[in-house]
Design a protein around this ligand. Structure first.
Ligand code: 5GP
Length: 204
């Protein structure tokens, strides 16, 4: 029997660059964990492919998935639903593979309740003013939207206490290296592996 995989959750405030860091992690050919593709009701952006970037669903389809208990977590974010398919996550973990979720903070909170043994990594902006710059330089957004986002971001930063590790996203490559190092260390955590050694002794 193999050990169960590790559930890795990367989350953090809106605009901090979670998607960019996640894409950089999976661009490495040596990445050994599986990305859980989320469901969403938002429209595909240019170049996005159904079943690769997301599973794109209608609101009705998504609400049916909620009712059927098919989602490990879900949240409404800027008017759209986003959620993690539970069957994929459980099956992949049972097969001994690590699963990687890149989700917003409301969803991460739900996963923490269901999978307290997961590895929760908070991606933090180098500073709040840097976050404001990033949101502002995306263009298009009004002052009101930017201010609302800042309020939300402040609340989200307070949510850091829910996480096991905090990685500052100063540079994407640094953040990727730190996340990979955290995963390696987590696999060596005594509480995760001592059962295996105890079983070994029982056999003899
Ligand atoms: P975007 O629309 O830019 O792809 O994603 C918007 C936000 O939704 C990002 O913060 C992303 O991390 C989050 N997100 C993506 N998939 C999921 C999911 O399955 N569950 C939750 N709770 N958030 C998600």
């Amino acid at each position: 029997m193999h050990e169960k995989g590790l559930l890795i959750v990367l989350s953090g405030p809106s605009g901090v660059g979670k998607g960019t860091v996640r894409k950089a992690i999976f661009a490495h050919p040596d990445t050994a964990f599986e990305y859980s593709i989320s469901m969403t009701t938002r429209a595909p952006r240019e170049g996005e492919v159904d079943g690769v970037d997301y599973f794109f669903k209608s609101r009705n389809e998504f609400e049916e998935l909620i009712e059927q208990g098919k989602l490990l977590e879900y949240a409404e974010f800027v008017g759209n639903y986003y959620g993690t398919p539970v069957d994929y996550v459980r099956e992949t973990l049972d097969n001994g593979r690590d699963v990687f979720l890149e989700i917003e903070v409301q969803g991460a909170r739900q996963v923490r309740e269901k999978f307290p043994e997961g590895l929760f990594i908070f991606l933090a902006p180098p500073s709040l003013s840097e976050l404001k710059n990033r949101i502002t330089t995306r263009g298009t957004e009004s002052e009101e939207i930017i201010n609302n986002r800042m309020t939300v971001a402040k609340e989200e930063i307070e949510m850091m206490s829910l996480y096991d590790y905090v990685v500052e996203n100063d540079q994407v490559d640094n953040a990727v290296d730190k996340i990979k190092a955290i995963v390696i260390a987590e696999h060596c955590r005594r509480t995760r592996i001592e059962q295996r050694y105890k079983k070994m002794l029982e056999v003899e």
